[in-house]
Design a binder for this molecule. Structure first.
Ligand SMILES: Cc1cc2nc3c(=O)[nH]c(=O)nc-3n(C[C@H](O)[C@H](O)[C@H](O)COP(=O)(O)OP(=O)(O)OC[C@H]3O[C@@H](n4cnc5c(N)ncnc54)[C@H](O)[C@@H]3O)c2cc1C
Ligand code: FES
Length: 313
């Protein structure tokens, strides 16, 4: 396929991924991160929070596309048909993305993977983001709010500079608690240090999390203690991104209790955090969460089950 802005390849099904040649509409710093905005109306129409895109980078850096969470799509107004991703520079592919100029073309496949399931009941939701992992949670917050659900957030990072868009976090949620490991903003510590207290104060019934894998493990284990259902968007290393190579597998317990390797790119990236067999992964747990048992005892009996919340998974 030659590269011409607006070119689209893919099945006509409403939720099938498409390959799009998008035009870069913005590329700018977003605190410690970068924001890339490109035109991709067919992708924007199909995308849901939790899904990701695969962006081709210059071939000298590898034939493999790079996966990025969809941070926002615009379907109406002057920005209609645009898709945003937020990224951190970690290697040659992301470094190359920072060099893109306005009107350059990007070759993108998406939306890929599973979206965050929305609760079937109108319950308060706690969204927990770590670093750039907060990006898809703003998009999720918009969707939950539109459905009339209360949204609270915990946003954590190593330092103040690495808290993604604190103003947007305040706008997107009823309450937001910031944590930084060095104490430069909000509460000093990790997101799990404030999870129990926040969930109790906000009467949260479900948790959604996105961020580094050790954080997702810690959040999942804290939620298990609190008997809170949790959905996590994982970030496993990916090669093909479309279910062919099995690079991205993760041990996940089925409803029958059997642990099977599931592909993060196709069966995920969103999984029920309680179902991931974290002990069988390489992700180390951080310090134990500061959970006080008596804070959650009263709430626990009223918890909704996974089936009540999002049905089959
Ligand atoms: C579902 C998903 C969503 C993601 N969302 C974001 C996001 O919103 N913002 C962001 O900054 N990063 C995100 N990442 C991580 C991002 O894909 C990597 O940072 C990026 O691929 C690194 O490419 P590079 O060439 O700069 O670095 P390199 O380290 O040179 O990458 C080389 C190869 O390793 C893979 N790789 C490297 N780091 C990761 C990683 N952490 N996770 C998965 N594969 C990796 C790349 O896909 C590539 O194939 C996401 C990853 C996944 C799987
Ligand atoms: S990245 Fe190839 S199967 Fe998931």
């Amino acid at each position: 396929m030659s590269r011409r802005a607006g070119q689209v390849e893919g099945r006509p099904d409403a939720d099938a991924p498409v390959r799009v040649i998008g035009e870069v509409l913005a590329r700018r710093r977003e605190g410690a991160y970068w924001l890339l905005s490109f035109s991709a109306p067919e992708l924007a129409d199909r995308a849901r929070p939790g899904q990701f895109v695969e962006i081709a980078v210059e071939q000298k850096y590898s034939l493999l596309r790079r996966p990025f969470s969809i941070a926002r799509v615009s379907r109406q107004g002057p920005a209609a048909g645009t898709v945003d991703v937020v990224f951190d520079v970690g290697g040659p592919g992301t470094e190359w993305l920072t060099q893109l100029a306005l009107h350059d073309l990007v070759d993108v496949v998406g939306p890929l993977g599973t979206p965050f399931p929305l609760p079937k009941r109108r319950v308060p939701c706690l969204l927990i983001g770590g670093g750039y992992g907060a990006a898809p949670l703003f998009y999720l917050a918009e969707e939950l709010t539109r459905e009339g659900l209360r949204v609270d957030m915990i946003i954590g990072a190593a330092t103040r500079e690495r808290i993604l868009n604190p103003i947007e976090a305040k706008r997107a949620s009823a309450t937001v608690t910031f944590t930084t490991e060095d104490g430069s903003h909000g509460v000093q510590g990790r997101v799990t240090d404030v999870l129990a207290q926040t969930a109790e104060t906000c009467r949260s019934a479900v948790v959604y999390a996105c961020g580094p894998m050790p954080m997702l493990r810690a959040v999942s284990e804290a939620c298990a203690e609190l008997e809170l259902p949790v959905q996590v968007a994982v970030e496993e290393h990916m090669a093909c991104g479309v279910g062919v190579c099995f690079t991205c597998v993760l041990p996940v317990r089925g409803k029958d209790g059997e642990v099977r390797m599931r592909r993060a790119c196709l069966d995920g990236p969103v999984f029920n955090g309680a179902r991931i067999a974290w002990d069988e992964t390489r992700f180390e747990l951080g310090p134990p969460p500061d959970v006080e048992e008596d804070e959650v005892e009263d709430e626990a009996s009223g918890r909704l089950t996974d089936d009540e919340l999002w049905g089959e998974q």
